[in-house]
Design a protein around this ligand. Structure first.
Ligand code: ADP
Ligand code: MG
Length: 376
């Protein structure tokens, strides 16, 4: 991919620039925990964005999207917002740097990536992190890594209209090969844990399902969580225990009870998985992944037929761990699979899924890899 971008950059701009890369991410466990003040547990993957960049001595940005075969040219002031969706990410990152007092000027750039778009691996964060990291280096801005992640997050909020948390950009910038990162969504403290599943593969299976639900299920679940937290006199459900929840069970609705039970369990599961990883115990990791899937399906009720189907196939095949990844209602399952089971599992998942739904899922093997970096 790097060769391809170099060739394109040469063709477009007749010169050579510096090359930067930032990855997409997975989240091993810790779903719907972020807005409950709990933990998430992401890692960067071996799929990402690569950009070549050279300062051009003007205040204009000239950018090529190699994959979309599209070009955009825009300035650096607030009313220069480009029309192309992909260019808004680059523009947003520039604006967020400028808002923070960073002095940047025009540049020529071309970029491409291999994070599947909209599949739950955060191609958008890979794109933002690439430019945030690169511009910080090229203009020697001295912005710390956490602030670079926030620049990406603010780009989504202010220039794309997606009110995301910090996890995706954080994982893209802070990722490390062989490590997952436990991020405390309340304090923003983080810690690396070893993830070297020798003898196992990590693979995502994409249901290709996207169930748009009309009655804003996310907001409803957030409200359930907030109601129970208030009842328990805690700031977030992260501070509650199952015992505390049992104590108020008669005073809350059955639905709120189920939602809170899932969240409290999930916060604990992240901690359990971290302990298991420190002991190299991947069987326990897998067990917790299944527990998360069960909770998201039966208690939090954010799964769907397609996801449950793939989870069942994993279980039938004896796959070590499997669960829905991301917010739910479609998207991918993430699967921790022993090497010797891999071909059988993938074969069965494809065949059975096609027999049931009429088309095959997509698969994305992933390896936990390094975060943002300069390649050349
Ligand atoms: P995801 O869940 O993958 O982050 P988003 O919808 O948030 O999905 O972001 C996808 C958007 O990011 C695309 O519509 C496009 O604007 C931009 N994007 C991602 N990957 C690329 C790419 N390789 N080339 C150009 N634009 C990209
Ligand atoms: Mg995104």
């Amino acid at each position: 991919m790097q060769q391809k971008i170099r060739a394109k950059f040469q063709e477009y701009f007749k010169t050579e620039g510096s090359v930067f890369a930032s990855p997409g991410r997975i989240n091993l466990i810790g779903e719907h925990t972020d807005y409950n003040g709990g933990f998430v547990f992401p890692g960067a993957i071996d799929k990402g964005m690569i950009a070549e960049i050279k300062l051009n001595g003007t205040d204009k940005i000239r950018a090529y999207s190699v994959d979309l075969d599209d070009y955009a040219e825009f300035g650096l002031t607030e009313n220069d917002l480009p029309k192309a969706g992909w260019a808004k990410y680059i523009f947003g990152v520039c604006r967020e740097i400028i808002k923070r007092g960073g002095e940047i000027h025009g540049f020529d750039t071309a970029f491409a990536g291999d994070v599947p778009l909209g599949a739950g691996m955060s191609s958008s964060a890979a794109l933002e992190s690439t430019y945030a990291f690169a511009l910080n280096e090229l203009f020697q801005l001295g912005i710390d890594k956490f602030e670079l992640a926030k620049i990406g997050q603010s780009t989504e909020h202010n220039y794309v209209g997606v009110k995301c948390g910090i996890m995706d950009q954080f994982a893209s910038i802070f990722g490390k090969a062989g490590s997952l990162i436990r991020l405390d969504c309340r304090s923003l403290e983080y810690k690396y844990f070893p993830f070297n599943p020798k003898g196992y593969k990590l693979v995502l299976l994409d249901t290709l399902a996207k169930h748009e639900l009309v009655d804003s299920p996310y907001n409803k679940r957030r409200e359930s969580c907030e109601r129970v937290a208030a009842k328990l006199n805690v700031e977030f459900l992260r501070d509650a225990t199952l015992e505390m929840l049992e104590g108020v069970k008669p005073e809350i609705t059955e639905e709120d009870y189920m939602r809170a039970k899932y969240v409290i369990g999930e916060v604990q599961r992240v901690l359990d998985v971290c302990d298991a990883l420190e002991a190299g115990d991947y069987e326990t990791v897998g067990q917790k992944m299944y527990e998360t899937h069960y909770g998201m399906s039966k208690l939090y009720e954010v799964s769907c037929e397609e996801l449950d189907f793939l989870n069942d196939v994993a279980k039938e095949c004896g796959v070590t761990g499997s669960r829905v990844m991301g917010g739910g209602f479609g998207g991918c399952t993430i699967n921790l699979v022993k090497d010797e089971l891999y071909d059988v599992f993938i074969g069965k998942a494809f065949a059975d899924y096609k027999a049931k739904f009429g088309f095959e899922p997509k698969m994305y093997p992933v390896v936990i890899s390094d975060g943002s970096r300069q390649l050349a």
